[in-house]
Design a protein around this ligand. Structure first.
Ligand code: 5AD
Ligand code: SF4
Length: 435
């Protein structure tokens, strides 16, 4: 028995899933999960660097660990993920937090077990691979996500949006072998998982690097052919790459959720060009119309950024226009954050007070849309996959990703049930079981 681990995860679902791999590796070495940081023997920071706030959170929590070390000098500390992969990060982290025992990057996560084995002999192990090297398969995964399981279909990003650090810390696009993905999904369904979320920075490019043997639409077809009741979701789609073919496949299968996360980022054509997004507002809205043509009840969500360099009030109002036109289910709003090494960092920056004002207005707009949309749902019945149940209180999501809470005497976690919406509270949908 090696002791107890505690993993701190920051950032996106990709990181959450990679923490399941870190936990899998730790458990394969005999570690068990600690209930809290205070009772752990090793703490792992799986970091994110997409915005400055994410990095500040990591550094703040490393400060807490430094204090803890005064009373627990045997505690081991490992730091990995996107922040560790940034050029020069290892040296900077080690200087600021000399107590760290292991630092490794995104490209060598699969080597974590070897680093753990070396902990007995070495005080410090630091290894960051500069470049990605293919795809490491067969890493043990320890899932704690209930009825939903994440499956990677590809890694990396080739898009180089001018504000984004991801292509620098995740490398170029690499697609996993389709048979391996199908085997993973089949095994998870055999184990009783009901919802599979396919992960990739840009899932619509799936297969581009596999010599034309498969693309995302064909992969979705294969993954929707198993003889179980389940749902497949995926994220993230780049608007320039989401094809009509993929949308038709979603429309034709009841296994593929009626939901698309399609980040627009901004509404102004001038800003979209500066962002290197490769579409205009018109292209984007046409894509939304195309999706709605095939899947009328589709749930849509988006990532939107305010305060990108040089953004004027008129530019911002174009973003407002898109949000009003599309009427998203859900909107993830961000204040642009400077990332050194990206082209946008060198452009003329917008004042923070202007950024704060714009994000406040955007959040208020989406709240209003969410409120009206929630009221529209009253009286409708949805098929809900229950993912939480306790003492008669249940929660779950519809295929179009509406979050719904309802009462059920029986434990229906992991079951698909029919729920009629009876009312709303703070934009949340409440319903009752329909038998
Ligand atoms: N500043 C703010 N938000 C960013 N995102 C990516 N890079 C930045 C940045 N530098 C947002 C984008 C992306 C989401 C995952 O994070 O909206 O879609
Ligand atoms: Fe970043 Fe753009 Fe790639 Fe998304 S598509 S990860 S925003 S560079």
């Amino acid at each position: 028995m090696q002791g107890k681990y505690f993993i701190n995860t920051y950032g996106c679902q990709m990181n959450v899933h990679e923490s399941e791999k870190l936990a899998g590796i730790l458990r394969s070495r005999g570690y068990t999960e600690a209930e809290s940081l205070e009772t752990a023997d090793i703490v792992v920071f799986n970091t994110c660097c997409i915005r400055e706030t994410a990095e500040q959170r990591v550094l703040g929590n490393l400060g807490i660990v430094k204090k803890l070390l005064e009373t627990k000098p045997g505690l081991k500390v490992a730091v990995c993920g996107c922040m560790a992969q940034k050029p020069g990060a290892e040296k900077a982290l080690k200087k600021r937090c000399p107590f760290i025992n292991i630092i490794f990057g995104t490209h060598n996560l699969h080597k974590f077990g070897e680093y753990l084995d070396q902990l007995n002999q070495k005080k410090y192990i630091g290894e960051i691979w500069e470049k990605e090297e293919g795809i490491a398969e067969d890493i043990p995964v320890y899932r704690t996500s209930g009825v939903n399981a994440w499956v990677n279909i590809m890694y990396g990003c080739n898009n180089f949006c001018s504000y984004c650090i991801v292509p620098y810390v995740r490398g170029r696009e690499r697609s996993r072998n389709a048979d391996k993905i199908c085997d993973d999904v089949k095994r998870l369904l055999d184990e009783g998982y009901k919802e599979i979320t396919l992960l990739g920075q840009n899932v619509n490019s799936y297969g581009n690097d596999l010599g034309g043997e498969i693309n995302f639409a064909r992969l979705l077809e294969r993954l929707s052919g198993f003889d179980y009741k389940y749902r497949i979701r995926f994220m993230t789609s780049h608007p320039k790459d989401l094809s009509e073919d993929v949308v038709k496949v979603i429309a034709a299968s009841d296994k593929l959720a009626d939901y698309v996360h399609l980040p627009v980022q901004a509404g102004s054509d001038r800003i979209l060009k500066l962002m290197n997004r490769k579409y205009t507002q018109k292209d984007y809205l046409e894509k939304i119309d195309m999706i709605r043509k095939y899947i009328p009840h589709v749930g849509l969500s988006s990532d939107v950024m305010v305060g990108f360099p040089t953004e004027t009030e008129e530019d911002f109002l174009e973003t407002v226009n898109v949000v009003k036109r599309v009427w998203y289910n859900n909107l993830f709003t961000f204040i642009y954050s400077r990332r050194s090494g990206t082209p946008a960092d060198k452009m003329e920056q917008v004042d923070i007070s202007v950024k704060k004002d714009r994000i406040k207005r955007l959040i208020a707009l989406q709240f209003d849309i969410g409120n009206r949309e929630a009221k529209n749902c009253v009286g409708k019945t949805y098929e809900v996959l229950c993912d939480e149940w306790k003492d008669g209180k249940a929660k779950g999501k519809s295929s179009c990703e509406k979050a719904i809470s309802f009462r059920s005497e029986n434990d229906v976690k992991g079951q698909f049930v029919q729920v009629k919406i009876t009312g709303t509270k703070n934009n949340q949908l409440k319903g009752e079981l329909v038998y």
